[in-house]
Design a protein around this ligand. Structure first.
Ligand code: SF4
Ligand code: SF4
Length: 262
């Protein structure tokens, strides 16, 4: 484990413990403010979360923090997904239970992967429309964070979401993150806007000339990104986990080159 991997590991572990502790506290009703800390509030409520009609200030704080995190991806990419989000961490752990001893465990074809990737934008549109029409509680029926925080009120839709996360995720790493997470779609939109405005964003770069085209980097990527043919990883779905660096057989991602802005 190099220094970056250690930072990522301890960051994920810290936020997983904090998130699970908060969830347990919420389940036990100690805080009485329900799922108000949820980082996805900006997605559930959109700007409606900031309206005076929504009285719980924690919702507003969560909505603002959610938007700020999404905005930060314009400059630093989706580090939130690679270092902080407990749902992503949980999915990594679940997948590793099944696949850690195998070379890699991706079963979907690349074409299917590309088609499924569009779904998260549809979920975001659906969420944004329901928020705009003040029907925002509709998304909460599917929300995995709400379901984990309120097991007593769990809906059929939430059971479906949890099955997707914790069952499909056993075979396809980060299934929810790759294909369905509306917050991922929001972060990608921010990155895309940054790209249009010509703002420089942190990315991973490789020495393409040293590559032996073994595809190890792509096979291990938790987000299913095709890396072997790229000199720089500008894909907005990259979560900066650095696994492609760690797994490279030729060590052709030099550590100095690992992150740069362009
Ligand atoms: S894609 Fe969504 S669920 Fe996955 S790590 Fe990112 S914010 Fe969390
Ligand atoms: S491209 Fe590399 S750093 Fe980005 S998600 Fe894939 S393995 Fe992680």
């Amino acid at each position: 484990m190099n220094k970056r991997d250690k930072i990522r590991f301890f960051s994920q572990l810290f936020f997983l413990i904090v998130s699970l502790t908060l969830l347990v506290l919420l389940i036990l009703g100690f805080l009485g403010v329900s799922h108000s800390y949820c980082p996805f509030a900006s997605v559930c409520f959109g700007i409606l979360g900031l309206s005076p009609a929504v009285s719980v200030w924690l919702f507003k704080t969560a909505a603002i923090v959610g938007i700020l995190i999404a905005f930060s991806t314009v400059f630093w990419g989706r580090k939130f997904c690679g270092y902080i989000c407990f749902l992503g961490t949980l999915q990594e752990f679940i997948y590793n239970l099944n696949c850690s001893r195998k070379k890699y465990c991706r079963k979907l074809s690349y074409k299917t992967h590309l088609i499924l990737r569009v779904l998260k934008y549809l979920v975001l549109i659906f969420t944004a429309v329901t928020a705009f029409l003040a029907l925002q509680y509709l998304y909460m029926k599917f929300c995995p964070v709400y379901a984990l925080a309120h097991p007593q009120n769990i809906s059929l839709a939430a059971v479906f979401t949890l099955i997707v996360i914790f069952v499909l995720g056993v075979w396809v790493e980060r299934f929810w993150c790759r294909y369905l997470c509306p917050y991922a779609a929001l972060m990608n939109l921010f990155q895309y806007m940054g790209k249009l405005l010509g703002i420089k964003r942190q990315k991973i770069r490789r020495n393409i000339e040293a590559s032996v085209n073994c595809k190890t980097c792509s096979n291990y990527c938790p987000m299913g990104i095709k890396i072997e043919c790229k000199e720089e990883i500008s894909n907005i779905n990259c979560i900066h986990c650095g696994r492609c660096v760690r797994k490279c057989l030729k060590d052709n991602f030099s550590k100095e080159q690992c992150l740069y802005r362009d």
